[in-house]
Ligand binder design. Structure first.
Ligand SMILES: C[S@@+](CC[C@H](N)C(=O)[O-])C[C@H]1O[C@@H](n2cnc3c(N)ncnc32)[C@H](O)[C@@H]1O
Length: 262
C-alpha cells in the first residue's frame, strides 16, 4: 500500500468551528454519560461551549487529531467495537488527548473504556491532572455525573512499561482500538518492537491499531516494522495540516496510519 496524500474531507469542510462543535458535543456526551446536552439548561450549555472554545486543551492540535481520526477510520473501512469500545493508549505521555479520544470513539453514544499508559510517573500524573481539569470544566457548568462506571465508561491512567504488559492481568485481553501517538522508534527500537508486538497481539480482529509519527522516515520505519510483525497497513497518510515544530522535518501528527492484525 502506498502512502496516500491528504484529501479534502467533508469534516474539514465544516471549518474549525464545525469540528469544534462536533468535538464539543461528543465531550458533552462523554462527560454526561451518553446523555448529551439534551436535558441541560441551554444557557449553561452556551456558557460551557464558550469556555470550551477558549480552552487551551482543545486547540488546534486536538481539532486536527479529531479530523485526522475521522478520515483514517472512514478510509480503513472498519467500525471497531460492539456495544462498547475498549481503547488502549500506549506511551501516552501527558495524554493531551485523554478526554478527546474517548469522546471521539463514543461520539455515537457508545460507552468507552480507556486505558492509558506511560513509562514515566510524572507524565501519568500530568495526564491525570489534565483529565481532571477537563472534567472540572464540564462539572462547573452543571453536568450532573462526570464519574460514571454504571454505563461501562471508564478512564484509567497507569504508569508502567508498555513493553512488559503481556503478563499484566488487569487489562483486557482484546482492545477495539490501540492508539500510539508519536511513537519513538528511533530512540529505542527493541522496546518499540515489543510495544508494537503487544499492540498487534491485543488489537481485536475487527479492531484498529492507529499510530502517528513526528517524522517522515520514522513513520516509514514504523510501517516496515509493523508489516514485518504481521500487521496489515490499511491506511497511511501525510497529515498536511499538522503543525510544524522547531526541529526540521518534525511536526505534530505528521503521519497517521491505521493497521489491522492480519
Ligand atoms: C515521543 S513521546 C510521545 C508521548 C505522547 N504519546 C505524545 O504524543 O505526546 C514517547 C513516549 O513514550 C514513552 N515510553 C517510552 N518507552 C515506554 C515504555 N516502555 N512503556 C511505556 N511508555 C514508554 C515515553 O515516556 C514518552 O512519553
Amino acid at each position: 500500500m502506498t502512502e496516500q496524500p491528504f484529501e479534502e474531507n467533508p469534516i474539514v469542510g465544516l471549518g474549525t468551528s464545525g469540528v469544534g462543535a462536533a468535538m464539543f458535543d461528543a465531550l458533552l456526551g462523554h462527560f454526561a454519560g451518553g446523555r448529551g446536552g439534551g436535558g441541560l439548561d441551554p444557557a449553561l450549555v452556551k456558557t460551557l461551549r464558550a469556555e470550551f472554545e477558549r480552552s487551551e486543551f482543545f486547540g488546534r492540535d486536538m481539532r486536527q487529531l479529531w479530523v485526522m481520526l475521522e478520515r483514517v477510520v472512514v478510509k480503513s473501512g472498519r467500525s471497531p467495537g460492539g456495544d462498547r469500545i475498549d481503547l488502549l493508549n500506549l506511551a501516552c505521555g501527558y495524554c493531551e488527548e485523554g478526554a478527546v479520544l474517548p469522546a471521539f470513539w463514543g461520539r455515537d453514544g457508545k460507552p468507552v473504556r480507556q486505558f492509558a499508559m506511560d513509562l514515566r510517573d510524572a507524565e501519568i500524573d500530568k495526564a491525570k491532572r489534565r483529565y481532571r481539569a477537563t472534567e472540572e470544566l464540564f462539572r462547573r457548568a452543571g453536568i450532573p455525573a462526570v464519574k460514571r462506571q454504571d454505563d461501562g465508561t471508564a478512564v484509567e491512567f497507569v504508569a508502567g512499561d508498555a513493553s512488559k504488559l503481556a503478563g499484566l492481568g488487569q487489562i483486557p485481553a482484546r482492545f477495539d482500538v490501540v492508539f500510539v501517538r508519536h511513537q519513538n522508534l528511533w530512540h529505542d527500537r527493541p522496546t518499540w518492537q515489543r510495544i508494537y508486538e503487544f499492540a498487534l497481539d491485543r488489537v481485536a480482529d475487527d479492531g484498529l491499531l492507529i499510530i502517528t509519527s513526528y517524522f517522515d522516515r520514522e513513520h516509514l520505519l514504523a510501517l516496515e516494522l509493523l508489516r514485518a510483525l504481521g500487521g496489515q497497513v490499511l491506511v497511511s497518510e501525510r497529515n498536511a495540516d499538522s503543525r510544524e515544530l522547531d526541529y526540521p522535518g518534525k511536526s505534530i501528527d505528521r503521519h497517521v496510519a491505521a493497521i489491522a492484525r492480519s
